[in-house]
Design a protein around this ligand. Structure first.
Ligand code: TRP
Length: 339
């Protein structure tokens, strides 16, 4: 869609992952799969944004557990912590210092026009100052690792625009010859096909029509069996193209399987119950490997922990380099005056 310019060798990928909710198929096919594939393309920093999550004031337990679970899920789904740095945002606290410095480069009005903040106000909420400043922290997230490419959903383009503006303002104000920050560009994934939910609408937590990637088998069965279908008599042909069960089959089945199931639909005498059984098998086998890896990681949480700690150490080295430069460029180095 927008900006799928191929990455350059000097590009650095940086993106934040919100530690909320249980991952579903829509998250996977719509985003995670492509993000994980980027690990083979360029240097990448992926961080679970626990500071950002504080804007919704989760309980401490929820925050801890959701943060850890997100790390576990991403590694189970194929993120290789030896290729990309995966870590928790607050393990690199320097990012909050950069956010403070950045917040002075942006008129407050720009933040009041931020979509999340504006929407919250329109809903009649009284959003906190954390939500107002959210985009500034996001800009610091990206730029502290010198990120130039930001894989994000379409809803994030405004935030990336703000990061770009901050990078340019910083360069203009504090550098004379060579710009210091690369203005980042969004890398928005083309939605090849909208991932359908259980009711045929786009799969989304807000529609309550999701199938979790790591759904318990009994829950998966119940959900699939409850998908509404046409009242075609068993002996008659069924229409695959208007059927939600079939659109999910198409998502997770290989070509051959999908076309043979399609034939069964058209032949008649097949029935939605069997179609649903097929779907359950396909869903289960699609993520069987990831599920197995996940079970292993659950049994050995130290593996996840160590990977995250190592990721944070790598990221922190980069962040501290940036902060040394930024402090010098902005005059937060008074000792140089006293020499
Ligand atoms: N705001 C992003 C979201 O809602 C999460 C995020 C935080 C992020 N920091 C980031 C994304 C930095 C990209 C880069 O999904």
């Amino acid at each position: 869609m927008t900006n799928l310019k191929p990455l350059e060798p000097h590009d650095i990928i940086s993106s934040g992952i919100k530690p909320t909710g249980v991952l579903h198929y829509g998250n996977y096919f719509g985003a995670i799969r492509q993000y994980i594939n980027l690990q083979d393309t360029a240097e990448a920093f992926y961080f679970i944004v626990d500071y950002h999550a504080l804007t919704t004031l989760p309980t401490p337990d929820t925050l801890r557990v959701d943060t850890f679970r997100m790390a576990l899920d991403w590694i189970a789904l194929g993120l290789d912590p030896d290729k990309a740095s995966l870590f928790v945002q607050s393990d690199v606290p320097e990012v909050t210092e950069l956010a403070w410095i950045f917040s002075n480069l942006l008129p407050a009005g720009d933040l009041e026009r931020g979509v999340s903040f504006k929407d919250a106000k329109q809903r009649g909420d009284t959003p906190n100052a954390g939500l107002l400043n959210y985009p500034v922290l996001q800009a610091a997230d990206i730029l502290i690792y010198r990120g130039s490419v930001v894989p994000v959903g379409k809803d994030q383009t405004q935030n990336i625009e703000i990061a770009k503006r901050i990078a340019n303002r910083f360069n203009r104000r504090f550098t004379s010859d060579k710009p210091y920050f690369h203005p980042p560009r969004p890398w928005v994934i083309e939605e090849v096909a909208v991932v359908p939910g259980l009711d045929g609408q786009k799969m989304s937590k807000s529609y309550n029509n999701t199938i979790a990637i790591f759904e318990e088998p009994e829950v998966l069965r119940k959900k699939v069996m409850a998908i509404p279908t046409a009242s075609t008599p068993l002996s008659e042909p069924m229409d695959p193209d208007s059927d939600h069960v079939f659109s999910l089959i198409r998502l997770v089945g290989d070509e051959e399987t999908v076309s043979s199931i399609r034939d069964s639909y058209l032949r008649g005498g097949f029935g939605f119950r069997r179609a649903k059984e097929e779907l359950i098998n396909l869903l289960e086998s699609y993520f069987a490997d990831a599920r197995e890896r996940r079970d292993e990681l659950v049994a050995k949480p130290d593996v996840v922990r160590d990977a995250m700690v190592a990721g944070a150490e790598r990221a922190r080295v980069r962040a501290q380099e940036t902060m040394r430069d930024v402090r010098e460029l902005t005059g937060l180095n008074w000792k140089n005056a006293a020499r």
